[in-house]
Design a protein around this ligand. Structure first.
Ligand SMILES: [Zn+2]
Ligand SMILES: [Zn+2]
Length: 166
């Protein structure tokens, strides 16, 4: 979604509301598609004393994979972001804000939201704190019960071999 902000950059006091649903269902992360549901974006762009500020919130339900058992779990997403929009960078030393450059007075809102969201996705996801994960041998979900792998004794012939090399 491309927003034309030329008049907003020109007119002090001008503002524009944003309310839209963005579709990121094709975005993938580590082989998963976290944005199965639309991302609701609500916010405002305002020119205050010549400074154009974008403030918005995103709401959605993320589909994320548990790191241990690989089950897909849903997590509510509710985050706010703000950016200062400029048509060109004038003072690169000022890094208090991350400036978004709208070179021709337009802003690709979809791309901006996409970048913000990707940085906000949790790096560690567990379906529950004490998820037991999958058995590394047989792949059984150990939350559903234990498997036979652990209880089996190591073959004595292999044991003799491992003794030899230790
Ligand atoms: Zn799990
Ligand atoms: Zn097993």
């Amino acid at each position: 979604m491309i927003l034309d902000l030329k008049s907003l950059f020109d007119l002090v006091g001008e503002s524009q509301e944003i309310a839209c649903d963005l579709d990121f269902s094709n975005e993938s992360l580590y082989g998963n598609a976290p944005f199965q549901q639309p991302v609701r974006v609500a916010g405002k762009i305002e020119n205050r004393a010549g400074v154009v500020k974008l403030v918005f919130s995103v709401k959605s339900v993320l589909s994320l994979q548990c790191d241990r058992c690989l089950k897909v779990v849903e997590r509510e997403l509710d985050k706010s972001f703000e950016h200062i929009l400029v048509t060109e960078l004038s003072n690169e030393d000022d890094e208090e804000y991350e400036y978004i450059v709208c070179a021709d007075g337009t802003l690709d809102l979809t791309e901006l939201v996409r970048t913000d969201l990707m940085l906000e996705l949790p790096t560690k996801v567990l379906c529950k704190e004490d998820c037991r994960g999958l058995c590394p041998k047989c792949g059984k979900d150990l939350n559903l019960g234990s498997c036979d792998c652990k209880t089996k004794d190591i073959d004595p012939r292999w044991q003799a071999l491992s003794d030899l090399f230790s």
